[in-house]
Unconditional design. Structure first.
Lengths: 177, 251
């Protein structure tokens, strides 16, 4: 049986509408960023009146994932979708490379230096060599490259802590991975 | 096959859960603030990875055991981590040396597992592989700082190497479960990893002006549920709250 084009158009419109609703769910730590632009939402399907949302975790221990899953369910329920199932998918692994330039600018506006492009190609010999090039992170406040990393591990596992020698402000940097 | 897969996933999860817990014992006690934060973050990564492996293990087993049930309601005899990760935190040099030995091993294991024929395992490993890159960089740098540091830091680091070295061989043991997983393209080949691990470790130790002891590595048994005297106490600490309130909905 061939689906009529009308049904396909309606399904696509519904998927689109649900994705728009999911933009109301923000990352709990980054209130200016929604889970769709972050790349956490991987797919939306409707089957027999149940909405299936596929999400993928950012890093393994991210404690925000449970909050995000609950908010997906409550947000969609509030907009007339009472039957929602959230599935966690692990492949392809989430990467900061999925972030758009617009999203990265939102990070800067919030005072967090956005991630650079991830480079997972270096072998272990390079990692333990002490010779890695430490690319500077530009200050999100004044734009200066005269910054120094204070700690590779920050307030959350995805961030590192830096200090700007130009405007003398500390700032977070979202690490690339 | 599915019982072997369950056991294999439990091993992956238990290594990281136990090690993550040991690292978390430094929270609030780190030698400097940045290291307190670093170890807490690395612990979080490891416990997060363990959660994913144990969740998949429970689903594979099909008896309704969640990752929490596996973490909090198994006794030491049913834990399948290598003994090295359950050793106490001791001093900072000991923690860093043990962490470094594990990080180099985990790097190579996850590098292989991200191409596992088991789709979900590959995804979980791929995620962990990006994180272990930060871990191995951190621990190797500290091994060199302390080994090639002050006389005191060098002594402590050398003492740590002398004590932990005999536990390292267990990471490269293979049994029927490992062979079955590797031959079906699901699991990692740790025998192939061993020479790579040795090359990296010996190079970093040399740069840290540290030597390895002559006695051949001897401690084993963790993969079969035979653990050191430390694990039971650690689990009592880790599990006591959940076991005090077993009927609470989730932990």
């Amino acid at each position: 049986m061939v689906k009529d084009e009308g049904a396909e158009v309606r399904e696509a419109a519904e998927r689109s509408a649900i994705l728009e609703l999911l933009r109301e769910v923000k990352d709990p730590e980054l209130p200016m960023i929604d889970i769709v632009e972050l790349g956490i939402v991987r797919n939306v399907e409707t089957a027999d009146g149940v909405v299936h949302v596929d999400v993928t975790p950012t890093y393994s221990g991210c404690p925000a994932m449970q909050v995000i899953e609950r908010e997906i369910v409550t947000t969609l329920a509030a907009h007339g979708f009472p039957d929602v199932t959230v599935h966690t998918v692990y492949s392809p692994a989430w990467t900061t490379d999925w972030m758009s330039d617009e999203t990265k600018q939102k990070f800067r506006d919030y005072g967090i230096a956005p991630p650079r492009m991830a480079s997972n190609s270096g072998g272990i010999a390079e990692l333990v060599s002490l010779r890695r090039a430490r690319a500077t992170v530009d200050c999100p406040f004044c734009g200066s490259a005269n910054t120094v990393e204070k700690s590779e591990f920050g307030s959350t596992a995805c961030k590192s802590i830096h200090f700007c020698n130009s405007c003398h402000q500390p700032f977070d940097h979202f690490k690339a991975f | 096959m599915s019982d072997s897969l369950f056991q294999y996933l439990v091993r992956l999860g238990d290594d990281r859960l136990v090690l993550g817990h040991r690292l978390s014992e430094w929270c609030g006690h780190g030698p400097i603030l940045e290291e307190d934060i670093a170890l807490a973050n690395i612990a979080l990564d490891l416990v997060g990875q363990a959660t994913l492996y144990l969740k998949l293990a429970g689903e594979t087993e099909g008896k309704g055991r969640s990752e929490d049930a596996l973490a909090y309601f198994r006794d030491a005899i049913d834990y399948r981590n290598v003994q090295m990760v359950e050793l106490p935190k001791d001093d900072y040099a000991y923690t860093i040396v043990r962490q470094f030995f594990f990080d180099v091993f985990s790097f190579h294991v996850l590098e292989q597992l991200q191409s596992s024929k088991h789709h979900e395992l590959a995804g979980i490993a791929g995620k962990g592989f990006k994180e272990v890159r930060y871990h191995v960089r951190h621990s190797s740098e500290w091994v060199v700082r302390m080994g090639d540091g002050t006389p005191e830091s060098h002594d402590r680091a050398q003492k740590a190497v002398n004590q932990v070295w005999r536990f390292t061989a267990e990471m490269f043991e293979t049994d029927a479960i490992d062979r079955e997983m590797a031959s079906s393209g699901i699991g990692a080949d740790v025998e192939a990893i061993k020479p790579k691990w040795e090359a990296i470790v010996m190079d970093v130790l040399r740069r840290a002006t540290l030597s390895v002891p002559n006695d051949p590595p001897a401690m084993t048994g963790g993969r079969r549920g035979r653990h050191t005297e430390y694990l039971g106490h650690m689990l009592a600490d880790m599990q006591s709250v959940a076991r005090s309130f077993p009927s609470s909905a989730t932990w």
